[in-house]
Design a protein around this ligand. Sequence first.
Ligand code: PMP
Length: 385
Amino acid sequence: PIYLDNNATTPMDPRVLEAMIPYFTQKFGNAASRNHPFGWAAEEGVDYAREQVAKLIGANEKEIIFTSGATEANNLALKGVFEMYKDKGNHIITCTTEHKAVLDACKHIEKLGAEVTYLQVKSDGLIDLQELENAITDKTILVAIMYGNNEIGVIQPIKEISAIAHKRGALFFTDATQAVGKIPVDVNADGIDLMSFSAHKMYGPKGVGALYVRRKNPRVKVTAQMDGGGHERGMRSGTLNVPGIVGFGKACELCQLEMAEESKRLSALRDKLESSLTTLEESYVNGNREYRLPHVANISFKYVEGEGLMMAMKDMAVSSGSACTSASLEPSYVLKSLGLSDDLAHSSIRFGLGRFTTEEEVDFAIEQTKKAVNHLRDLSPLWEM
Ligand code: PMP
């Protein structure tokens, strides 16, 4: 099958693999071994990668805390900020379309005394800035709103959100896992205090990511969630995943060099896919079409049964609006948050294009999807067009 699920994960760029290989065998040292050249070589690799990662987001390398991925970075940000600042206030604001790693970390700290406001989104997936303003109180320590959504690609008004948070003395955290490497993200221009992202969404390896933690204006601290040898400025102990970090660094460098071209190419392909598939009657693009990532299209096909659609599309690796939770098909909570009915949420497909997606693959996807939708509608008693 052709791969159109680049929001779930991306294939690793061969140039990333090449950069990593020496760090498995020759340069295998522990980056924390300060007394011999094996350690120094590993440390050098990590230092260089830290610069590459920091540069992509306009940060200082001292502000990068390496983690095992964005799930861990989200947990560290939410739990770590709550633990560090809870004497200042216990209120946190997030929204209903966040990734589970944010929502479930919020649920966790609620049990520890946090009060969390979950902002609804509008039908286009964007939050209402007025509602955010209204939700902030003197007890609000953190506003946590994602950069780009993983299901619909919608990009939130990050600068405006951070300005509102800061005006009221709250910190601003964003899960930018889907945005970093795809669109320009600059922690200073965007007013970001903490930000999570992950290598495997940007053609790097799985199992490595980072939390950006601001060091100036203001100096932000998080309480470690992993205690031990005091790595990563005490915020995340554990021997560093040196090959993974080196690969993450290389992936960031490549994104920085190629992002502008790549996003132009992918948004053109995405537009072609969307305009072809919306020639089908009763098909709807989900999410705001202006403020969104260049490589994602989420489309609902009314009167098409979701499971049948996935089955009929077996030559394509795509993602559906149904999440398999404990063997039952639940409609996507993100699409439900936009106000979609269960049926329409079930009948949606996320196409995630990527660096290695070709025009031929997109053409194939268009043809196969049209065929599947038409076929399933012919079988459907609800379809009488
Ligand atoms: N946040 C978002 C928005 C994501 O899309 C993902 C990956 N599905 C994660 C967090 C989790 O990232 P990781 O796989 O690196 O833990």
